[in-house]
Design a protein around this ligand. Sequence first.
Ligand SMILES: NC(=O)c1ccc[n+]([C@@H]2O[C@H](COP(=O)([O-])OP(=O)(O)OC[C@H]3O[C@@H](n4cnc5c(N)ncnc54)[C@H](O)[C@@H]3O)[C@@H](O)[C@H]2O)c1
Length: 258
Amino acid sequence: MTNEFADRVAVVTGAARGIGRAIAAQLHARGARVILVDCNAAALADAAESMPRPDGSSARSVVADLAEPAAIETLASQVAAFEPTVDVLVNNAGIEVDMAFENITADCFDRVIAVNLRGPLLVSQAMAPLFPSSGGAIVNISSIHADHAFPNSIPYACSKAGLVALTRNLALELAPRRIRVNAVCPGYIDTPMWDQWLLTASDPEALASQTEALHPLGRRGVPDDIASAVAYLAGPQSAWITGTCLVVDGGLTVRTHP
Ligand SMILES: NC(=O)c1ccc[n+]([C@@H]2O[C@H](COP(=O)([O-])OP(=O)(O)OC[C@H]3O[C@@H](n4cnc5c(N)ncnc54)[C@H](O)[C@@H]3O)[C@@H](O)[C@H]2O)c1
């Protein structure tokens, strides 16, 4: 693994498990000083311990519920107390609800939007002043659901489509400050969120193998598939890329026949 993030500071939200943990681990392995953020304190401590600093202590971490604007304000001051500048922000924290159109409530819709869309907006707003004058990179974790309809996915899909719009608009707003803003749109990735989704089916194993078979590349994704894409969009190899959305789905969404 290369060391292209040496001397760089990376803040990763939703870093306690799944995709966020893999992103933080990969940036850490490539030399970044990572700051992990999550609302799950126990899992966060475990993740931080697995990414030690040079003196052997755990990676920096902040427990925060990113659905709460006040918690995001506190997060910014906690991050600033750890590091004077931030070079990379990955807005990964997210929730999925599987809900039929008829059952969607205002509270449920608002909660999904608060975590998946308002959270990345407010975290970006809070972190932007910490970026150095030379700029940096923000990467938002959206989903193939932003562009493709699936059953029972209205709140989630709306939040992820909104995140793509946020990515493009923020790219424009932050370009004068040399902060690039891009998104990754993952397909099906093997994480606790995926396990939770399988349990909504009467036969989770059958759903898992049906879904697996839809991938032209022959397998569903693993968190490191997404982490590698994030490292590319956050690093020097993508210096002239901003406002784009990179689909990482094993070919799932280019398929026209089952
Ligand atoms: N797994 C997939 O198939 C898949 C596909 C497309 C997109 N995504 C997106 O990737 C991201 C990560 O997904 P995952 O599969 O790793 O999910 P996950 O549920 O395994 O992990 C999500 C993490 O975010 C944290 N989190 C949730 N709400 C939070 C809040 N309010 N404040 C702070 N932290 C919070 C959780 O505690 C958890 O550690 C999400 O944005 C998800 O929508 C996942």
